[in-house]
Design a protein around this ligand. Structure first.
Ligand SMILES: Nc1ncnc2c1ncn2[C@@H]1O[C@H](COP(=O)(O)OP(=O)(O)OP(=O)(O)O)[C@@H](O)[C@H]1O
Ligand SMILES: [Mg+2]
Length: 273
């Protein structure tokens, strides 16, 4: 995948080893502190996972990073630039693209159309522009078509390209969402529980796709409950509990951390891979 440099004038040619820096990020909903002074870095290379029991604040952390709503306090730096509180389309335009906890495909569009729309979904006028295809979009059509085919092959859905998205089994819909997100050529891909509802085979396939995305140079930040997936894909893990970061390190280190084991006690989820 070719990547185009999008450096700011202040930092010509800088290669940031850290893709994303989260600094004392806090999000309150009334009296509830959903994300509580969370600080961590996401390395440019590899996969970072965010884990934690239900309600720990993982999705809220993503929402705050990706601009769904501004944080109450703290900072988000993307490749050294302060993006705190920027709206989602401005964040996406910088190369930070996210998927959602629940599938959000265009069920009536074909599998391939879903990927093609993904190229413009997050930027340049959003969905309406993507669907209406103004002049600039038509000029890009041939390239977009080829890229959509490549991405479908990448996630193993090329044989389904012309079917409506609605006929895909759930596991394939989740892979299609990742292909659609990749169509926007992210530098940082945020995945919110991509393995939720997947069977063991589908989860293995997903793990391969995630590893290949990271190996191709896209940083992956992943929220996940499935510890098998975390163990198989993540280089680094951040653990949240009640909005706070309680542990951080390699998958093996956090799994052995008494604070993490304690947080998961009494939780219906399991830490065992
Ligand atoms: N928009 C909102 N308004 C009010 N409270 C919210 C909102 N979004 C999340 N919360 C609350 O913030 C806390 C963290 O929720 P969040 O969805 O971030 O957790 P999570 O770690 O993603 O959980 P899960 O594993 O179940 O997806 C919860 O107590 C939740 O009820
Ligand atoms: Mg969540």
């Amino acid at each position: 995948m070719t990547r185009h440099s999008n450096r700011t004038a202040a930092e010509p040619g800088t290669i940031h080893e850290t893709r994303l820096s989260v600094r004392t990020l806090t999000k309150r909903f009334g009296g509830l502190v959903a994300v509580d002074a969370v600080t961590f870095d996401v390395a440019r290379a590899g996969v970072t996972a965010v884990i934690g029991p239900n309600g720990a604040g993982k999705t809220t952390l993503f929402n705050t990073i990706a601009g769904a709503f501004p944080p109450t306090d703290g900072r988000v730096l993307f490749e050294g630039d302060d993006i705190t509180g920027l709206p989602p389309e401005r964040v996406a335009a910088r190369g930070l693209i996210r998927t959602f906890q629940l599938v959000q495909l265009f069920q009536n569009l074909s599998v391939k159309e879903n990927v093609k729309v993904g190229r413009h979904l997050h930027t340049r006028g959003g969905l309406l522009a993507a669907l209406l295809r103004p002049g600039w979009a038509r000029r890009e059509e041939a390239g977009v078509e080829q890229r959509a085919r490549e991405l479908l092959a990448f996630v193993g859905l090329d044989h389904r390209a012309e079917l409506p998205a609605s006929v895909l089994p759930y596991g394939q819909q989740r892979l299609l969402e990742i292909a659609r997100a990749m169509a926007a050529e992210p530098k940082l891909l945020l995945l919110d529980e991509p393995a939720a509802g997947l069977n063991a085979d589908e989860t293995r396939r997903l793990a391969e796709v995630i590893r290949r995305i990271a190996d191709d140079g896209t940083t992956v930040l992943l929220i996940e409950h499935d510890m098998t997936l975390v163990m198989n894909t993540a280089d680094s893990v951040v653990v949240l509990d009640f909005g706070r970061k309680i542990s951080e390190g390699t998958p093996d280190a956090v799994r052995a951390d008494p604070a993490v084991i304690e947080a998961y006690l009494g939780s219906p989820e399991t830490l065992h891979a």
